[in-house]
Design a protein around this ligand. Structure first.
Ligand SMILES: Cc1cc2nc3c(=O)[nH]c(=O)nc-3n(C[C@H](O)[C@H](O)[C@H](O)COP(=O)(O)OP(=O)(O)OC[C@H]3O[C@@H](n4cnc5c(N)ncnc54)[C@H](O)[C@@H]3O)c2cc1C
Length: 465
């Protein structure tokens, strides 16, 4: 079988590795990626601006966007462990193990701390995973290194469209040839790992895709990295700090081992005005940042703002629930299928879970093919059907929970601001209130198992046929 993965971001690279692990070497897998990565992660040590001209086009792709940071949740780290312990350890080692989330109010109040580990919900003897605070680029680089070690080759060319060739039972992928023309490539299975502005989503839904285009949430974020000794509270407490205010949100954490002195920060705020898509004015955005947080009490925030350059800008785009993720040999994964609010802290981890589930399912369905229960086309069709049945409810639950808490990052008046502090304090101080309102979030998040879900889905299918 020939498989084409479009997009060599987090989900594309991870899918390649899971497919290589679970499928026989006789299958051909190719990767197409539109953006060549920058080789180094920029950090700033002073406020002098060295930024090249930025546009949303270059900033939107995570391989090009080296400025963003994220937390890889215990469930995401467990997918990496299942894939390859050495890769898991490399990802953990390039980041910072954030054992605690520290929540604060802009007025300086300490709202509480939360342990990030999944130890409480794991069985005895199992290693505990904690949240790894990391530059996106750091996670991406470790995945890419592993892909190269596996003999994977990324073809750097933009995919402009894909169409079904019913006669041959394949999908034709059109790729820019770099000279103004197009080349075509064909595959039995095309995996759209091409992010929130997916071309593959258009190929899957055709005209209907207009209904499923990304929506701007009204929130934007700016962020960057500062070359500076990591503040002692972060290293002593092994923590990521999240501060909520009436006019936005500010987060900071170490993105690497403390000795590397890479402090990542981000500021999220409500705005109807999207940054202009061409030539973003960094000076103006920096002024807005200073203005927004000038009364915030945490001296670390004030120090970061004084010295930082804005290196990344992320208007938050989300995709509503899609009626299906795959059909006719085309499937979507990661942000292409379900770009979610960053408040969930789950975008990368859900992309990792997608990739593991898709590869394991395909391997199982192909086995049924070898046993004569299905032909190759039917094996792919069953994979895509069950993939959606297994993954969509999981993802939607996380999206819904994100909606409940994303209000805490929007503009509010003083009374609401203090109500929000009280609410957050209560949630952290009395976990039983959180349990009542949101359910046992961590248990659900951290005990989900792709293998278990696949076993159940296939058992159901086996008994029905
Ligand atoms: C502000 C912000 C904060 C976040 N914080 C967190 C967090 O704390 N924790 C977390 O887990 N996640 C977080 N995320 C989300 C996370 O970064 C993404 O959800 C995750 O990277 C999804 O990966 P992906 O591979 O599906 O998409 P992407 O990483 O967007 O990769 C898509 C790839 O496809 C390529 N591509 C696109 N179009 C084409 C084309 N036509 N042809 C060829 N290639 C193409 C792109 O260049 C890119 O490399 C955050 C996101 C944002 C915006």
């Amino acid at each position: 079988m020939k498989i084409i993965i479009i997009g060599a971001g987090i989900s594309g690279l991870s899918t390649y590795l899971h497919l290589r692990k679970h499928l026989s070497a006789s299958h051909t897998i190719t990767l197409h990626e539109s953006h060549r990565p920058r080789s180094t992660l920029p950090t700033t040590s002073s406020s002098s601006s060295t930024n090249p001209t930025l546009t949303l086009d270059t900033l939107s792709a995570s391989t090009a966007l080296v400025g963003g940071g994220l937390g890889i949740s215990p469930n995401g780290m467990r997918v990496l462990r299942d894939l390859d312990v050495a890769l898991h350890d490399a990802v953990a080692a390039q980041g910072f193990p954030a054992e605690r989330f520290v929540f604060k109010g802009a007025n300086g109040w300490a709202l509480g701390k939360q342990w990030t580990g999944d130890g409480k919900v794991r069985g005895e003897g199992e290693v505990e995973e904690v949240c790894i605070s990391s530059a996106r680029h750091g996670l991406w680089e470790m995945l890419m290194k592993r892909v190269v070690e596996e003999g994977g080759v990324v073809r750097y060319a933009k995919v402009v469209g894909a169409e079904r060739d019913e006669e041959r039972g394949q999908t034709v992928v059109r790729v820019e040839d770099g000279e103004g023309g197009e080349e075509v490539d064909r595959a039995d299975l095309v995996i759209g790992a091409d992010g929130v502005r997916s071309v593959v989503r258009k190929a899957l839904f055709g005209e209907e895709e207009k209904e499923y285009q990304p929506k701007y949430t009204g929130q934007s974020g700016v962020g960057g990295f500062l070359k500076t000794p990591i503040p002692t509270p972060l290293t002593e407490d092994k923590s990521m700090v999240f501060t909520f205010g009436g006019n936005g949100f500010f987060g900071y954490a170490s993105s690497a081992p403390a000795s590397e002195e890479s402090l990542m920060w981000w500021s999220t705020f409500e705005t109807d005005a999207l940054p202009a898509t061409k030539n973003i004015d960094i000076t103006e955005i920096k002024q807005q940042l200073v203005q927004r947080h000038k009364h915030w009490k945490d001296p670390i925030i004030q120090d970061i703002i004084k010295r930082a350059e804005v290196q990344s800008i992320y208007p938050t785009w989300t995709i509503g629930e899609l009626p299906y993720w795959g059909e006719n040999g085309i499937v979507l994964i990661g942000d292409a299928a379900h770009a979610m609010d960053p408040t969930t802290g789950q975008g990368a981890s859900q992309a990792l879970e997608d990739s593991q589930t898709l590869a394991l399912l395909l391997a199982e369905c192909l086995k049924r093919g070898e046993q004569g229960q299905l032909d190759g086309k039917q094996a792919i069709a069953l994979t895509l059907k069950l993939f959606y049945q297994i993954r969509n409810p999981r993802v939607q639950e996380i999206v819904e929970r994100g909606k409940k808490i994303s209000g805490s990052k929007t503009n509010v008046g003083v009374v609401m601001e203090y109500t929000m502090y009280l609410f957050l304090w209560l949630l952290i101080k009395f976990p039983s209130i959180g349990l009542m309102m949101l359910g046992d979030v961590n248990r659900k998040l951290y005990t989900w198992s792709a293998e278990e879900e696949i076993r159940k889905a296939l058992h159901k299918w086996d008994t029905a046929t």
